[in-house]
Design a protein around this ligand. Structure first.
Ligand code: SAM
Length: 249
């Protein structure tokens, strides 16, 4: 697998990010593209000794990681000061690109793998980001920390679990009235059908299910937005591992 790009590949990465975001009418300064490039190069270099991503070509990284991470901006999200958390962020997707483009947001990047958290700390430091905090832990435990429980206006998550499980991991972080945005593949609507029980038990309501198409490959994605209607019972999330083993279905 690729561990670094030559100058030509770097140029292509920048062009694809720019092209993709232009199609979505998301403005991007050259300073921002520089930061994306530093991040992408760190991702590849670290990927040589730590498994962060299976996508390493410039077009793929640009579209499937960076542009895809911006897709929640196609929903009408506030660009005011707001606490935001990305649950199971891995190498930082979607939380880190979003933190770069929405500097008003205070963004928590949560992951249960220590090595990924170290990469995220090094990268946010290199990028000079002051609006990002990396938290190492499982969502089931971290959601019990008073400073994090029901304290976020927006929660994001991509590629962590199916929706019924994901709701139990994510809704506890959300303040009442806030929105959880799940970044899903083409079968997102099926997952919505599976999530009725979880939504009822956790006090969430589907706000929007939006089908989108990635601007370069045409691959299909689904954004699922869930509004939190009432405070969550102290019973949730259940102990680490239980949400996955016994989903609320
Ligand atoms: N969101 C990233 C993305 O889309 O590229 C990473 C996806 S990766 C497939 C799933 C990540 O979720 C892993 O980094 C894993 O450590 C993390 N994860 C899984 N279960 C978790 C949990 N219960 N609490 C916190 N992180 C979790």
């Amino acid at each position: 697998k690729l561990t670094h790009w030559d100058a030509d590949q770097v140029v292509r990465f920048r062009q694809y990010v720019q092209m993709g975001l232009e199609q979505w009418r998301i403005a991007l300064s050259s300073e921002r593209i520089d930061q994306f490039t530093v991040y992408a190069e760190a991702l590849l270099a670290t990927n040589a000794h730590l498994n962060l991503t299976s996508i390493t070509d410039p077009e793929g990284v640009a579209e499937k990681h960076f542009v895809d991470s911006m897709s929640p901006l196609l929903l009408d999200l506030p660009d005011t000061a707001l606490s935001v958390i990305d649950v199971g962020t891995g190498a930082g997707f979607p939380g880190l690109p979003l933190a770069l483009i929405r500097s008003q947001w205070r963004v928590v990047l949560l992951d249960s793998l220590q090595k990924r958290c170290r990469f995220l700390n090094e990268t946010t430091e290199r990028l000079g980001l002051t609006n990002v905090q990396v938290v190492h832990g499982r969502a089931e435990d971290t959601a019990r920390v008073p400073q994090l429980r029901e304290k976020h206006g927006l929660v994001f998550s991509r590629a962590v679990a199916r929706l019924p499980v994901l709701l139990e991991l994510c809704l506890p972080f959300l303040a009442v009235g806030g929105r959880f945005i799940a970044l899903k593949g083409p079968d997102g609507p099926t997952e919505v059908d599976e999530a009725k029980t979880a939504l009822r038990l956790l006090g969430g309501e589907i706000d929007d299910v939006k089908s989108i198409t990635l601007p370069i490959s045409g691959d299909r994605r689904t954004l699922i937005a869930v509004r939190k209607q009432k405070p969550i019972s102290n019973a949730y999330p259940r102990k680490a591992g239980i949400p996955t083993r016994k989903p609320l279905v």
